[in-house]
Design a protein around this ligand. Sequence first.
Ligand SMILES: C[S@@+](CC[C@H](N)C(=O)[O-])C[C@H]1O[C@@H](n2cnc3c(N)ncnc32)[C@H](O)[C@@H]1O
Length: 359
Amino acid sequence: MSPEEAPKHQRRPRYRGTHPRRFEEKYKELNPALHAETVQKVIASGKTPAGAHRPIMVREIIEFLAPQAGDLAVDCTLGYGGHTAEILPLLRPGGRLLGLDADPIELARTTERLRARGFGEDVLGVCHSNFAGLPKVLAGQNIAGADLILADLGCSSMQLDNPARGFSFKSDGPLDLRMNPQRGAPASALLARLDAPRLQAILEANADEPHAGELARAIVAAQRRKPIVTTLHLADLVRAALWQAGHALDRDAVAAVARRVFQALRIEVNDEFSALETFLRFLPHCLEPGGRVAVLTFHSGEDRRVKQAFEAAAAAGQFAPLEHDFLRPSSEEIYANPRASSAKLRVARRRAQIEQETT
Ligand SMILES: C[S@@+](CC[C@H](N)C(=O)[O-])C[C@H]1O[C@@H](n2cnc3c(N)ncnc32)[C@H](O)[C@@H]1O
């Protein structure tokens, strides 16, 4: 390459003052075209570049789902399109992937990104839908069943990293936590109507929180004094409640409790467990005979539901006997991407004939 052809080095924009004030400034890698070098540095340090998501257990998922030319695939949780981008080329020629996501904001961005990578309407269909509605989505497209289905549960790094979505307490933002901000009410509205026993039950059921009682009482009392409408306000209250109760927890342990509180509220706000249960109930009927399904879970509430549903479907003759209990990411993957550390992969195969119908 001649010096004239070499891409010109672009200086990173400088912040005014000594510290970045805005999210866009703080996370320089948000514009990957401008900051490819920053993105590589972030990945090498074991972090995920802001505004992106690194797909988890790709090799294991592809190995099990075994996408073939001509197959019809469904990615129920399109997210950043990380898994989809690996599966799509294997479906050519003649195959197609349908990507669903409940999040209209990231779905639009991902669609644009995947189209720009050459995945046109002929190979990639996208649908703004909750995966609980999968049978309806398939029927609407005259699809009798899919050859492979993937669901990668929970929220994406883009949702976590965007303070405006209120998924984390890394930066301050509105306490929202909705995957689809056009539907339902934000977490702040949920907190405003909960009493302590109900909040305690949510923290226990959705996050196995051992300090649920103390936290619930402190949060509800604080909410009565001043409505909790921002992420940092809630995180501060969690920390103060733990100290007041006399727990000698270090910084990491306190952050882990706050993460569980956010997870519990997120699951409640998005009605995640009932969506998962509905999806699992209809799943065998959404697969072609011999079709494969892979589900990535990130905590016990999700994993227990997937395990029970797969075992029940195998016992009912809908799924072939399960070949694996669950698979875990390799140590290398967890080292390279700490967000993979709690992942469990469960896989199943539909029998050639569903032997016994369950309703
Ligand atoms: C972990 S991310 C998926 C990442 C994706 N596999 C990738 O590699 O880019 C989970 C995605 O599922 C979506 N989601 C969560 N629950 C959903 C549901 N019930 N129906 C549809 N999408 C859902 C979230 O909005 C998020 O985009």
